[in-house]
Design a protein around this ligand. Structure first.
Ligand code: HXC
Length: 517
């Protein structure tokens, strides 16, 4: 007995028809625009020959509004499992050539089935979004489908990493599934994300705006802060997703893919000593510090173009996967403001979920002063940093490079907020406020009555800096593990990470904390 050749032929023909998606013409049209097909996108994402498809033969179940005699190959979304770096990853890719990639109930069910599979198998989920949104003909069933996807996005959050790639339109409520995931990568061309487009905004408010101003990758990367990475094109988007994946565990009960060096090198890096400007008022460029701290200068910066006064991203330090959170004094003097607090706090929480140790580099003059900040809720937003650090139980290593003033000192993972080890450079200044401000308040009369008030103020500032704000003061109160030379930083941080890696910290059981949102 052998299988009938007719059955095999039938299978082959069915597959072929589905692979043709919305038809040769539509596929050719995409190619002309320089866009990959939904299937090509999955081929580009995964190692060759590793893709196992789920639900190739699925069809819409709606027979109203002209859909009765229409077939939607794979119902407009390709779902399945493939391999990246030898590890299985679940992915879906919406097919714009099929009903504009619109989401009907079967399309949604396929995504939900994949989400459920990723959850029980403990594997990351990557969604490639390219869709006209809820399938108009399917009405409430389509809306319900979105609801079921959102629900699962939340179930998966903190269990497996979720990455969204936006490679086409992402309109209306459809933007909310990506927004519920950990990272959004958006292509510069062809992708738009918005809740209400320019026409709706015009009709509702009378305001005139272009799609680029509200929905482009550039707008979301710099102004709204909704996305984490901008990709030049689809290929670049997949490269970013793969790079991100290379730092992440498959799920929350696994460790990230550390590649520890056999021994920790304590080799000095004298260039680090030269990075600190001589003038205490000249800003330190923290990117230069990060570039020398991480292995091979290889730092995957997250939200690079948003709230640039804080820098966050992933790297390895002597092989240990690490999340870096650093003040950037070259932008807004490195102050913590509303946006930078949101950015920092979310990244801290991401690292904590997936067992990624945190290294914090501190050079912060305080929270950003200003009416807009106070009225915009800097208290609520700044509190997110305090909350996120205190709640994080992963290894937390802090390096105080220069300024660490006031509440912002505490908010940058001080020992009181639960840092496991804190190192300070000799240039560190830990105080309620900067020396200049402090002496103006404390020695108002002395300065006013001095023969040369400016000179007096300068002398008092220098004395304050040496006597009260120097790191040795904080070290004498055991708030600092050690004062180190900048040149020692890489070796000491690597050793600190290695020493703290097996840390286990349990907290009282609770449903969840109530982070100020
Ligand atoms: C059904 C849709 C569709 C949709 C597009 N198509 N969107 N079919 N439901 N939502 C179909 C078109 O009819 C067309 O079919 C094909 O997809 C390609 O669409 P075009 O308009 O020709 O393509 P293009 O000019 O590139 O424009 C793409 C687009 C536009 C900008 C996405 O199609 C568009 O505005 N669509 C509607 C977007 C939208 O408002 N969706 C609802 C969002 S609200 P044929 O057969 O002609 O090729 C939402 C609610 C979710 O999603 C709520 C969750 C809480």
């Amino acid at each position: 007995m052998a299988i009938s050749p007719d059955l095999l032929k039938q299978l082959e023909e069915k597959r072929k028809a589905i692979y043709e998606a919305g038809g040769k013409d539509k596929l050719a049209e995409r190619k002309k625009k320089g866009l990959m097909s939904a299937r090509e996108r999955l081929e580009a994402l995964f190692q060759p020959g590793t893709f196992m498809e789920f639900g190739l033969h699925a069809q819409h179940q709606c027979h109203e509004f002209g859909l009765a005699d229409k077939t939607f190959p794979a119902d407009g979304v390709i779902t399945g499992i493939g391999y990246i770096d030898g590890r299985p990853v679940a992915a879906y890719s919406q097919d714009f050539t099929v009903g504009g990639g619109s989401l009907g109930s079967m399309h949604a069910q396929k995504i939900c089935n994949l989400q459920d599979y990723a959850m029980k198998s403990g594997m990351p989920l990557i969604g490639i979004n390219d869709s006209g949104g809820a399938r108009i003909q399917e009405g409430d069933a389509a809306l319900s489908g979105y609801g079921q996807i959102f629900f699962r996005n939340v179930l998966l959050s903190g269990v497996v990493p979720q990455i969204s790639i936006l490679a086409g339109p992402c309109a209306g409520g459809a933007a909310y599934s990506p927004a519920l995931t950990d990272f959004i990568i958006m292509t510069k061309t062809n992708a738009q994300m918005f809740i209400c487009g320019p026409e709706v905004i015009k009709a509702a408010t009378g305001q005139t705006v272009t799609m680029d101003e509200i929905g482009s990758a550039a707008a979301h990367a710099t102004i709204s802060g909704n996305i984490h990475f901008v990709a030049e094109n689809e290929t670049h988007a997949f490269d970013i997703a793969k790079k991100l994946h290379s730092f992440l565990p498959s799920n929350n009960v696994m460790d990230p893919p550390h590649h520890p060096t056999p021994t920790v090198s304590m080799e000095l890096d004298p260039v680090m000593n030269d990075i600190v400007p001589d003038d205490p008022k000249a800003p330190l460029d923290v990117q230069k510090v990060i570039a020398r701290l991480v292995d091979n200068g290889d730092f995957l910066e997250v939200q690079r173009d948003f709230a640039k006064n804080i820098v966050v991203g992933l790297c390895r330090i002597q092989g240990i996967v690490t999340g870096i959170i650093a003040n950037q004094p070259t932008v807004k003097a490195g102050t913590l403001d509303i946006d930078s607090s949101d950015k920092g706090a979310r990244f801290i929480r991401f690292c904590n979920i997936f067992n990624i140790p945190i290294v914090t580099l501190v050079d912060v003059p305080g929270f950003m002063p200003g009416i807009a900040q106070e009225r915009g809720g800097i208290i609520r937003h700044g509190a997110k940093m305090l909350f996120a650090y205190a709640a994080a139980t992963v290894p937390k290593i802090t390096v105080i490079m220069r300024k660490a003033y006031g509440g912002a000192y505490l908010a940058m993972c001080s020992s009181d907020l639960g840092a496991d080890l804190v190192f300070a450079w000799p240039t560190a200044e830990i105080a309620v406020m900067g020396a200049d401000g402090a002496v103006k308040i404390l020695f108002k009369r002395e300065i006013a009555s001095a023969t040369d008030p400016k000179k007096k103020e300068k002398e008092l500032s220098a004395e304050y800096r040496d006597k009260f704000a120097a790191p040795y003061e904080a070290a004498s109160k055991a708030l600092i593990t050690d004062v180190i030379e900048p040149s020692q930083t890489r070796g000491i941080v690597a050793m600190a990470l290695r020493n703290t890696l097996a840390k286990r910290e349990t907290r009282p059981p609770k449903k969840h904390g109530n982070i100020p949102l």
